[in-house]
Design a protein around this ligand. Structure first.
Ligand code: ADP
Ligand code: MG
Length: 621
């Protein structure tokens, strides 16, 4: 039943968006189709969405008596009272989108509910026509033509067709990723651009980014503090040149959120260089009471009741996986993947069970083991064209038009997995088999093994080893602190002091001996042993400097990284002569991990194959 929100309810809804671009029309209408419980959604656009946008779904449909109301402002079937604003389980809730789209376009809605006939109703520039019988299956078709035909000013501000189209493609990729159980077909000017088959996240990821992407990712699933974090994150060597390869879905809604993005970025900080961005497709599922979706005009961000918990959970899960510490095993999804059956999905909360839109339940209500079972799925071969990449606005996705058959895709997956297995074997070498053969330029250590030689940057490798060791010590609360001969007194401004004061216990827990020292000063009389040679002044300036940007973040989390990277400065520099014994000790400590990177993301080991040398000497061609 669609009803009109009373003024006291809609006045509490964050000012809705102005539909100002074709992609926002697509976004709103696809959200409606999802809310209607559809599991098959087709999106067609022409002329960058300016000429035509047509969304067809097989959802619950709209009863003919409700049809006129879809065009009315504040008309919604998803929300009745203001209280419900605090537990929204649908993508839409404002009852505004269709009305505002209809006021600036030529729109028609054709819909059929279960057991009824199909009807259609047009609306041109906000003027509604007559309900007429129509043909159609169960579900709804929303057609939007000549967007902004009656608002030339807005039309003028649109970008070129190609750019509008690329923004729509962008949002469609996110929908495909966010709802891997829904079949999507997305066509541009009559040609299929994306097609997904509703067969799970791995397949959806392959549909959007290409099958090889999965092989460069860790699949994770972690339950922490009643929050579930799951999805795919790129490995340490898989970085992107911009942020467009980052997707976060909070309770199934695509959002861009500062807290989560800071947490992920910091977890990757020691693996990626400047201007390298991690790849991720992450789902954050949490009880709807602790996330406010009613904060952003485009519903493009959310507010968490507690940013620290979110930051801490995301950061600790991702850094555990990247650092490969023991908890990583708990978070990594591996082994036999099973298809998630629709019926096995998380049961909807009672309050939303009555609504068809709640078919995409989001509240984790299960044990960790169950949750894990839920998200584990088969690496079902993709059946659709594999689009290798997407997104940089000037770089529209390339679609392989020919559809590979099942066998071919299975081969690709098998091949990828073989490659990965080999790669991980290659990168992990039994240290005993590495023969130390000397050094070059007092910087690169040479180790021979079988048919190749590894060049190890002594500084980069040493840095990483110290970093890992210290991070581990901090985590295990086993930092050795070392008293200073002359205590260091740090004088800061009132605001910084208030912060430090609160954080003294954290500092002390991490191996400092710091105390208030009158006024706005803090006296440090012992430091973690690994830090004894660093400049405390720049260390603290660095910490206080990052607080501005990461106000909501636990100091302990920042400190862990800062401490470790400060300690790296004590690492052997390039140019220092190592004794043979030291060189051997270094390689022992790497445990043969030749995929090692320094904490700033530079590789610490480079492999040169014998064949490559032989090519240089033209022994082979
Ligand atoms: P909201 O999504 O915030 O409720 P909209 O303006 O987007 O507001 O949609 C208004 C109402 O129209 C929805 O509440 C829903 O009842 C109905 N509706 C819109 N699109 C669909 C659809 N594809 N299938 C079924 N019902 C729909
Ligand atoms: Mg809506």
């Amino acid at each position: 039943m669609i009803h009109i929100l009373t003024a006291d309810v809609y006045n509490r809804i964050a000012a809705g968006e102005v539909v100002d671009r074709p992609y926002s029309v697509v976004k709103e209408l696809v959200e409606n189709a999802i809310d209607a419980g559809a599991d098959d959604i087709a999106v067609e656009i022409e002329g960058g969405g300016k000429t035509l946008i047509r969304i067809t779904d097989n959802g619950c449909g709209i009863a003919s008596e409700d049809l006129p109301r879809v065009y009315l402002p504040h008309a919604t079937s998803k929300l009745q009272s203001a209280e419900e604003l605090f537990c929204i389980n649908t993508l839409g809730f404002r009852g505004e989108a269709v009305a505002s789209i209809a006021s600036v376009s030529k729109m028609s809605v054709t819909s059929r509910t279960e057991g009824a006939e199909a009807f259609s109703l047009c609306c041109e520039g906000g003027v509604t026509g007559e309900i007429v019988p129509a043909a159609g299956d169960r579900g709804t078709e929303m057609k939007v033509e000549d967007l902004f035909f009656n608002t030339p000013a807005r039309l003028k501000f649109l970008k070129s067709d190609a750019q509008e189209e690329s923004d729509i493609t962008n949002i469609m990729a996110r929908f495909i990723l966010s709802r891997p159980e829904i079949r999507f077909t997305y066509s541009v000017n009559g040609k299929v651009r994306y097609r997904s088959y509703g067969d799970g996240l791995a397949a959806a990821l392959a549909n959007v980014y290409g099958a090889e992407t999965i092989e460069n990712c860790y699949e994770i699933c972690a339950d922490k503090h009643g929050i579930r974090l799951r999805g795919f994150i790129g490995n340490q060597n898989f970085s992107k040149a911009n942020r467009s390869y980052q997707s976060l879905f909070v309770n199934g809604r695509y959002v861009v959120n500062q807290t989560v993005s800071a947490a992920v970025t910091n977890a990757y900080a020691s693996y990626l260089m400047k201007r390298q961005y991690p790849f991720y497709v992450l789902f954050l599922d949490l009880p709807s009471e602790i996330v406010d979706v009613n904060v952003h005009p485009n519903k493009a961000d959310v507010r968490f009741a507690d940013n620290q918990i979110i930051y801490g959970s995301v950061y600790s899960v991702i850094s555990a996986v990247l650092d490969g510490n023991s908890r990583a095993l708990e978070y990594l999804v591996r082994g036999e993947r099973k298809e998630t059956k629709r019926a096995e999905r998380i049961p909807a909360a009672d309050t939303v069970a009555a609504r068809p839109a709640a078919e995409q339940p989001v509240v984790p209500q299960m044990s960790y083991a169950e949750a894990k079972k839920q998200v584990a799925f088969d690496l079902t071969p993709v059946k659709s064209g594999i689009a290798p990449q997407f997104l940089a606005p000037d770089d529209p996705p390339v679609l392989k038009v020919r559809q590979p058959d099942r066998k071919e895709i299975e081969d690709v997956f098998a091949e990828n997995q073989r490659y990965l297995r080999e790669k991980s074997v290659q990168e992990k070498i039994e240290p005993d088999t590495l023969l130390y053969k000397g050094e070059l330029f007092r910087t690169y250590l040479l180790y021979e093994t079988g048919d190749c030689v590894y060049l190890i940057d002594q500084h980069a490798a040493h840095e990483r080893l110290i970093y890992n060791r210290l991070k581990k010590h901090i985590e295990e609360r086993a930092v050795v602190s070392q008293p200073m001969l002359a205590p260091y007194v740090l004088t800061v401004n009132a605001q910084e002091f208030a912060f430090l004061q609160k954080q003294l216990p954290v500092l002390n827990e991490m191996g400092f001996d710091a105390e208030e020292f009158g006024g706005t000063s803090v006296r440090v009389s012992a430091v973690p042993a690994e830090l004894k040679d660093i400049s405390l002044e720049s260390f603290f300036r660095d910490i206080l400097g990052s607080l501005e940007t990461l106000r909501a973040v636990k100091l302990a989390d920042i400190l862990k990284d800062k401490l470790a990277s400060a300690a790296c400065k004590a690492a052997v520099k390039g140019g220092e002569q190592l004794t043979e014994r030291e060189a051997r000790a270094l390689i022992e400590e790497t445990e043969g991990d030749m995929g090692l990177r320094c904490p700033h993301g530079r590789p610490a080991a480079v492999k040169v194959k014998r064949a490559e040398l032989e090519k240089l000497f033209r022994r082979i061609v």
